[in-house]
Design a protein around this ligand. Structure first.
Ligand SMILES: [Zn+2]
Length: 590
């Protein structure tokens, strides 16, 4: 990872006013000393995203996101810290020393390699002789030049080692190519061969448009239809949404995202200027993907082929959206059609009409089940109820749950009571699933964070008691913050909000501190209270240590000499327990 000296970071920080930077992305409204906006990191109706020009930090009281201008860019642009540093340096016209290639991270090497590969495949499609059949294939599918260009589509040569040789000439060793998943190891003999051969190649990009993987399709009906990149340090299948970098602004604007089934649904729609569409890569949607989409919208419209055999599985794959409180709607696609084929045959306007006429997932599923089972019979009705409850139980909102249970009962002509009875039978404890990140206020010990807030505002006090505070005494999320503040004080630096934020690298710590700094201090804590909190925290730690000593002595397998040492330590700790409160009060001049 490239290393930039702290002075450089501070300089870049001071030339990038957080209000200006954030304003480039979202409109900020002044509110007292601060600015407010709808949070760009979770969806909300009333603004809880706050930016402080004085402290140069942001914090969202809704989802807990927070930090300084670097963290904002990292989140918003999906960048690493060094990338955000370079980005903001460019923005402020500050020149950074070129980082030599050896110290660039492996990730950056892999990104360069993927860029090289994408260029090679794209050349293969657009210029090589062998690429003619790929060009004909795309033309046949109605894919035009502008889509070929904007999706950087490619063709992998038919030989066993075209790319291997090409990359070799560019200085890439097989080890790196293996790690990137671009070549494979020959199992029966020495050597390697290209993973993608004689296929149409579709680059998969991250949300910033950088190529991180490939999907490659055959031209006929042979199997496998697609060969995809394996998981690499850049790419984890199930974390990436195909098309997201081309779609994210449009999703924000439209307030909803269309989920297609395959690459060509996305490419075709995009070619026809319908941009708010993405797809997962042939897998069920994952929590990570839902989380990514939640940044932009909380409405998904699903456009799957309605009569395919795998629809039931596809529907189950949508529960992750219900759990994350998305509104999920289904497009009623004509039999045997997907967005790609439908746009090709009927035009994008007709497809948009279908999207506009989408119906809630629950209604869709209910109608489908009623067609599949005979609801005139008890058995049929019971099957439908059970299948529907599978979905209804996943819904987060109690009100919606109730609404759908009633709807279900009405449709089947049974009593709502019967449905609830079945519900209680079916309701198994939900699998433990990570809920949305809680706000730091809930997670962190309130008492300790009060003290931390006080110390953040009074580094004079902090320097007075710097030798008395033991970071270990604080609960885990606060430990690194206290530790860092103490280090800064000992080095003679002042841990003001700006420098502290720059030094804190952990997202969690940044969020806690930005939250504390942003809080309105209606009731300022006093020196005396701060002293008592410190005393309390320290006492707890000392008592725990003493108890530990006792336990060790009480256990049988401790040598006699050792017992003596432990007893002495225990006495020393007890003495400290007695002396500590007065010493603190005195130091704080009480
Ligand atoms: Zn938020």
């Amino acid at each position: 990872m490239p290393f930039y000296p702290p002075e450089q970071i501070d300089l870049i920080n001071s030339y990038n006013d957080i209000v200006e930077v954030v304003s480039q992305y979202i409109p900020l409204k002044r509110s007292g000393r601060n600015f407010k906006a709808l949070c760009p990191f979770h969806s909300e109706k009333t603004p809880s995203f706050t930016v402080s020009p004085d402290k140069q930090i942001f914090h969202c009281f809704g989802c807990g996101a927070g930090g300084n201008v670097f963290s904002f860019i990292m989140r918003r642009e999906n960048m690493t810290f060094p990338e955000a540093v370079r980005y903001l340096a460019r923005r402020a016209n500050i020149e950074l020393p070129e980082v030599d290639s050896r110290s660039a991270s492996k990730k950056e090497h892999l990104l360069k390699l993927h860029e090289l590969a994408a260029g090679f495949y794209h050349w293969g499609l657009t210029e090589s002789k062998t690429g003619a059949k790929a060009r004909a294939y795309l033309e046949n599918r109605g894919i035009k030049d502008r889509a070929i260009k904007s999706y950087n589509l490619g063709y992998a040569q038919p030989g066993w080692d075209s790319f291997l040789k090409y990359a070799g000439k560019k200085g890439y060793k097989p080890g790196m190519l293996l790690e990137a998943g671009l070549i494979l190891d020959r199992s029966k003999s020495d050597g390697y061969y290209d993973r993608f051969r004689d296929r149409l190649v579709i680059p998969v990009c991250d949300s910033r448009g950088r190529v991180i993987a490939f999907g490659a399709r055959v031209f006929d009906d042979s199997k496998p239809k697609y060969v995809n990149s394996p998981d690499t340090p850049l790419f984890r299948k199930g974390n990436v949404l195909f098309g997201i970098h081309q779609a994210r602004e449009a999703i924000r604007e439209c307030g909803e995202v269309i989920l297609g089934e395959g690459y060509f649904d996305v490419i075709m729609a995009h070619q026809e200027q319908l941009n708010n569409i993405v797809c997962s890569q042939g897998t069920a949607f994952t929590e990570v993907q839902a989380q990514v989409l939640k940044r932009y919208t909380d409405k998904v419209v699903v456009a799957f082929d309605a009569d395919q055999a795998g629809l039931a599985a596809a529907l189950r794959g949508l529960t992750v959206f219900l759990q994350k409180d998305f509104e999920v709607r289904m497009v009623l696609m004509p039999e045997g059609q997907d967005p790609d084929s439908y746009i090709r045959s009927s035009g994008v306007a007709a497809f948009k009409k279908l999207v506009a006429g989408s119906i809630p997932l629950i209604d869709f599923k209910l109608e489908r089940l009623c067609r599949m089972h005979d609801i005139e019979t008890d058995r049929g009705r019971l099957t439908v109820v059970r299948e529907m409850l599978d979905t209804i139980t996943q819904i987060e909102s109690a009100v919606l749950k109730e609404t759908y249970a009633k709807k279900l009962a009405a449709r089947l002509g049974v009593s709502a009571g019967a449905v609830w009875e079945e519900y209680r039978k079916q309701k198994t404890p939900k699998l433990s699933r990570p809920t949305l990140r809680q706000t730091p206020e809930i997670k962190v010990n309130k008492y300790e964070s009060r003290l931390l807030k006080y110390l953040l505002e009074n580094d004079r006090v902090l320097s007075l008691i710097k030798d008395e505070l033991d970071p270990e005494a604080f609960s885990p999320p606060l430990q690194p913050v206290i530790e860092l503040m103490l280090t800064m004080i000992r080095k003679g630096e002042s841990p003001g909000s700006r420098s502290l934020m720059t030094a804190l690298r952990e997202q969690e710590s940044q969020e806690i501190v930005s939250g504390l700094l942003m809080e309105q201090s209606s009731e300022e804590i006093q020196l005396a209270e701060a002293a008592e909190i410190i005393i309390d925290i320290q006492k707890k730690l000392l008592r725990a240590k003493i108890a530990e000593c006792r336990k060790t002595v009480a256990s049988k397998d401790v040598a006699e000499e050792e017992t003596d040492a432990i007893l002495r330590q225990s006495m020393r700790l007890s003495g400290e327990l007695k002396a500590f409160p007065d010493r603190i009060r005195k130091k704080m001049e009480l």
